[in-house]
Design a protein around this ligand. Structure first.
Ligand SMILES: NC(=O)c1ccc[n+]([C@@H]2O[C@H](COP(=O)([O-])OP(=O)(O)OC[C@H]3O[C@@H](n4cnc5c(N)ncnc54)[C@H](OP(=O)(O)O)[C@@H]3O)[C@@H](O)[C@H]2O)c1
Length: 347
């Protein structure tokens, strides 16, 4: 089995480099990035080829490709990989809302993979949100959702993360309690709106992803969902506050009953009780392949059991990106490691 990873030198690509040999030991890995280079990762040196080599007439066919590139480069290489016979999981935004391409969260809508040869991997905030909402949606119907996100800097890629780490260490070293050394427009020591690509309606690109992708994955095209996204000065681990209204069947529901449902949900680690014990952005990095869900409590604006608040957090590089991609691909090529197998995929 030949597996290509495009964007292997990036943050998500490196996670795939760790996971692919666990899922498919013995597979040949072919790594691609912007240029020919050597990649030192986890004590090993890998040869990486320029992705444009895939456009050569003699480029090798293969079975599975993970594409962890920006939108423009995904649009360039995904059709070529399909033509070479690969089944492709694309991690960019390019194909997510294409009606012809399944958008899949393992544990939520795995059946959508069916006979597809290209699957889109959702955004890093959408995946954990969908894992938390899906079991409640199946049982009661989710009628309305409001989400506020607190997103880590690594969501922006390797170069912004490194810049953030450097600026943080210099800024905090200054020892000034007001943080005057920090740039008010930059990520270090700061919380900033995630407002890139804001459209005429006022939604940013990140907010649009969360809204439209959640509707597609949950099969709820008209679901009223509002989102407000921010970046916080954390390296890894996206955090989301969620307010939701359940259907009439939830009247009289208790927190214990919702927790029992969430406890049985695929790839969810429930932190029981309203205090959020064990739920933090750092905790995501200890439980990299699960969505952490907790702080469940009744929304005080409703006493009927239909309106609830909860918190969802996940490692944006793993659960929010690479792990989901590998679990989805395990529908096609069963994973050797059960932790990287989606429901319905058996060896
Ligand atoms: N970071 C996250 O939390 C996250 C989560 C979910 C989805 N995603 C999505 O996953 C994709 C990758 O994100 P990332 O955070 O891993 O980005 P990243 O760390 O910035 O890595 C980008 C990768 O793209 C490669 N690249 C750049 N220019 C190229 C070119 N001209 N031809 C071929 N390869 C090129 C880079 O190679 P060089 O090293 O050679 O420049 C690098 O391997 C993006 O679409 C992103 O939106 C990211």
């Amino acid at each position: 089995m030949r597996i290509c990873i495009l964007g292997a030198t990036g943050l998500v690509g490196r996670e795939l480099l760790d996971l692919a040999p666990r899922a498919w030991p013995g597979a040949e890995l072919a790594l691609f990035a912007s240029r020919d280079q050597a990649l030192d990762h986890d004590g090993r040196r890998y040869e990486v080829e320029a992705a444009c080599a895939l456009e050569a007439e003699q480029a090798a066919p293969g079975e599975l490709a993970f594409v962890a590139l920006d939108d423009a480069h995904s649009a360039r290489y995904v059709p070529r990989l399909l033509a070479l016979g690969y089944r492709v999981i694309d991690k960019s935004n390019t194909y997510r809302l294409d009606p012809a391409v399944p958008l899949v969260v393992a544990g939520v809508n795995d059946a959508a993979v069916a006979s597809a040869r290209l699957v889109a991997n959702p955004n890093c905030t959408t995946i954990p949100l969908a894992l938390a909402l899906a079991p409640l949606h199946r049982r009661f119907g989710v009628e309305e959702v409001t989400v506020s996100t607190y997103q880590a800097i690594s969501g922006a890629g390797l170069a912004p993360l490194d810049e953030f780490l450097q600026a943080s260490s210099a800024g905090y070293a200054a020892g000034d309690r007001l943080g005057a050394a920090f740039d008010p427009a930059a990520y270090a020591g700061n919380t900033v709106p995630h407002s890139g690509g804001t459209d005429d309606s006022g939604l940013s690109a990140e907010e649009r992803k969360l809204i439209f992708e959640s509707r597609k994955i949950l099969g709820a095209a008209a679901l009223p969902i509002a989102a407000q996204c921010a970046r916080v000065p954390v390296a890894v681990g996206h955090y989301e506050h969620v307010w939701l209204t359940l259907g009439a069947g939830a009247l009289g529901l208790t927190a214990a009953e919702i927790e029992a449902i969430l406890r049985g949900a695929a790839f969810v680690r429930l932190s029981a009780g309203a205090s959020g014990a064990g739920l933090s952005a750092r905790a995501c990095v200890e439980h990299r392949d699960e969505a952490l869900v907790g702080r469940l409590r009744a929304d005080p604006r409703d006493g009927g059991g239909r309106r609830w608040c909860l918190t969802v957090a996940a490692d944006n590089l793993r659960m929010g990106a690479a792990t989901n991609a590998v679990r989805v691909a395990s529908r096609w090529f069963p994973s050797w490691d059960p932790a990287l197998r989606g429901p319905g995929a058996s060896i």
